[in-house]
Write a new protein. Structure first.
Length: 330
C-alpha cells in the first residue's frame, strides 16, 4: 500500500521498500500464538507489524506493572524476540529468565523494556529503541498506551482480570476494557489501515485476540480497511475460556464479541491432534463456515517436534503466503 503524504519519512521509506518485497502484514493478539504468526509472516511479508494486547496480569508482567508506569511488557517482549532473526546476545538477553532470589521468574527482557521506558521517556519510544538494539525485522505496537483491565460478562457474573477470565469455564457474553477512556494507539490504527493482510490469532481467543480487538479503535480500523482478513485458528481448545467450543463457536465469538467483519478466510489444521481430555482439537464444518462468506483453508500447520500442540511457523507461513495470492480480499 502506498504511504500517504504527511506520514513520517522513515515510515514512508520502509513502506516504499516493502511494496517491492511483499505485502504489509499486521498480526493482532498476544502471547505465544502471536509470536508464531509473526514468525510465519516474516517468511513472505515486505513489512510486519504486531499489535499487542496490553491486558496481561499474569507472570512477570503481572508482578512488574503495579510498580511501574508501563503497559504489561511480557507479550510485547515475546513479539520483539519473534521478529528478531538469528541468535544475537541481545535476543538471548531478552529471553533470559531469572531462576533464583527475589527476581525469580522475572524475564530480563521485561526489566530492560522498563528501564528503556525510563530512559527514553515513554514506552513507545522504548520499543523503537529495543527494535533497533535487537535488529528486529518489524515493529511491535501496543494496542493501547494505558494499562488495561479486562472485564467480561459471563454466565457466572462479572469477571475481572485476564487470568480470571482465562480460567472461566462457561459462556462469555461480553468483553470490555477498562478504563472506558482507553483508545487505540495512533500507530496501531495507522498500521491496520495500511495493511494488505491482517492476521487474527492464533492465541487465547478471549484474553489475547479479542482483548486486543476490544480496545476502542482497533476493530473499527479493521472494518474500515480493505485488507485481506484471516483468522488463524487455534489447534486445540483451552481449559477455561474455550473449553467445549468447536471451530464455529470460535468464529461466532470473535464476531459477536468484537463486531468485526467476518474474516475472508480461516486457516485451520487438518491433522489429528491427540489432546488430553477435556481438551480437544478444533475443527470446522465447511458448509457452516461458508454461510459467513468465509473461505476455509485447512492444511498441516502443526509443529511435529513441539511438546505441546503448536503451530509450525514455516508451514503456517507457506499457507498464509499462498492466501495472499488467493481470490478473496475481505
Amino acid at each position: 500500500m502506498i504511504p500517504s503524504i504527511g506520514t513520517h519519512p522513515e515510515v514512508v521509506l520502509e513502506e516504499l521498500q516493502a511494496a517491492f518485497e511483499g505485502p504489509h502484514v499486521v498480526a493482532i493478539g498476544g502471547g505465544h500464538g502471536l509470536s508464531k504468526a509473526l514468525q510465519a509472516a516474516l517468511s513472505y511479508a515486505g513489512r510486519v507489524d504486531a499489535i499487542v494486547s496490553v491486558a496481561d496480569d499474569g507472570g512477570s508482567s503481572g508482578r512488574l506493572v503495579p510498580h511501574l508506569d508501563i503497559p504489561p511488557p511480557g507479550d510485547i517482549r515475546k513479539c520483539l524476540v519473534a521478529l528478531t532473526p538469528g541468535d544475537s546476545i541481545w535476543k538471548r538477553l531478552f529471553e533470559y529468565r531469572f531462576e533464583s532470589a527475589d527476581v525469580a521468574g522475572h524475564s530480563l527482557g521485561n526489566l530492560i523494556l522498563a528501564g528503556l521506558a525510563d530512559i527514553e521517556g515513554s514506552f513507545e519510544q522504548a520499543l523503537i529503541r529495543a527494535e533497533r538494539l535487537l535488529g528486529a525485522s518489524g515493529s511491535v505496537i501496543p494496542a493501547c498506551r494505558d494499562r488495561l483491565v479486562l472485564q467480561a460478562d459471563s454466565d457466572g457474573g462479572v469477571l475481572s482480570g485476564q487470568m480470571t477470565i482465562a480460567r472461566h469455564r462457561g459462556r462469555i457474553d461480553a468483553i470490555t476494557v477498562l478504563p472506558t477512556s482507553a483508545a487505540a494507539t495512533p500507530r496501531a490504527v495507522d498500521a491496520i489501515e495500511r495493511a494488505d493482510q491482517i492476521i487474527l490469532g492464533p492465541g487465547s481467543l478471549m484474553t489475547s485476540t479479542i482483548a486486543a480487538m476490544r480496545v476502542p479503535g482497533i476493530t473499527e480500523a479493521i472494518n474500515r480497511s480493505d485488507a485481506q482478513l484471516i483468522l488463524v485458528a487455534n489447534l486445540i481448545t483451552q481449559d477455561g475460556e474455550t473449553l467445549d467450543m468447536d471451530g464455529i463457536d470460535h468464529l461466532d465469538a470473535l464476531i459477536r464479541l468484537t463486531g468485526v467483519r467476518p474474516p475472508g478466510a480461516i486457516v485451520g489444521n487438518d491433522q489429528v491432534i491427540d489432546a488430553a481430555s477435556p481438551l480437544k482439537g478444533i475443527e470446522f464444518e465447511p458448509d457452516i463456515v461458508a454461510t459467513y462468506g468465509t473461505d476455509l483453508i485447512t492444511a498441516d500447520i502443526v509443529d511435529a517436534d513441539a511438546d505441546w500442540p503448536s503451530h509450525d511457523p514455516i508451514k503456517l507461513g507457506a499457507v498464509l503466503h499462498a492466501a495472499t495470492r488467493g481470490s478473496f480480499r475481505s
